[in-house]
Design a protein around this ligand. Sequence first.
Ligand code: ACO
Length: 325
Amino acid sequence: MAAILGFGGYVPERIVTNDDWATRLDTSDEWITQRAGIKRRRFAAEDQATLDLALEASRKALADAGLEPADLDEIVLATDTPEYLTPDTAALVQHSLGCRNIPTYDLGGSGCAGFIQALDVAASRVATGVRHILVIGVEVITRLISLEDRTTAVLFGDGAGAVVLGHGPGRAEVLGAVSGTDGSAAGILTLAAGGTRNPFNERTLANGDFNRLVMDGKKVFTEAVKRMSEASMQVLEKVGRSLSEVKLVIPHQANRRIIDAVAHRLGIAEDRVYVNVHEYGNIGSATVPFALWEAVGAGRVGAGDLVVLTAFGAGFHWGAAALQF
Ligand code: ACO
């Protein structure tokens, strides 16, 4: 069975508060706090891009696992905001870390559910005999979306999280994972331009599509609550465990009200749900691995604990994983 051997996380130093946003957009600390529960978020420095954040988290995960880059056999990286459209950011991580010529791949476009999908795929690769896989979730969202659109800009931040997956016992066994997709919802949360349907060009620059994040917030909200609650229960059923045994649920951090609604629907108390959205906002596919790293470091989970990870994102994609520490 696949096990997590090490955890890593990183956020850039620059803090942007709600009051900072209020000086540049028609918004307020009150609105953002009330609607999303976010107080501040981190922005990548001008000289930082996706690779830099991924490397910081990856090096911590490798050190935590007591492994060297040369010990890695595969890298899978989940992001919607890659360093380049091609090649994949995972290839750049491989070279920058100083790995052997191991296979790497990006899992792109799965939105905030990307890390759970990557973990699911990587766990099955470990089951086929691959020894050590670096699994990364990373986003520099603030670089690619419009910072003039108050309905989306204030929700996001930049960051990275990583784990090294291998053969157990390790620190936490991946007991199982579930994933799902509803492609009919693709248009509800999408970057308007940049692909072959609507490439970056003079037209998309002129009409503002080039950095427009199209989002039906209410639809996303409702589906996120439903899918994360259901996926959490499904993964527990799959691995033959019950919710009463779970020490901590680590949900995707998009909005405090979504997290509270998931907890309510699951019928679990606040102290059994991990929350850091007030500090970092929504860091996309990095929220779950970053929160996991933070929760382990803070002693919120440790040996003997059962933990459920769950996420939801563009696609729509969703998933959950059960970890036995
Ligand atoms: N500051 C002030 N006013 C704002 C802002 C802002 N930043 N943004 C929107 N408003 C206004 C709207 O224009 C609207 O004004 P109107 O009534 O005059 O038209 C009003 O506030 C209310 O807007 P609603 O959309 O009704 O607010 P709602 O309560 O639905 O909250 C929110 C919006 C926070 C986006 C919520 O729907 C949400 O969080 N949805 C989930 C979206 C999400 O998490 N997306 C991230 C990517 S996907 C994921 O990670 C799961």
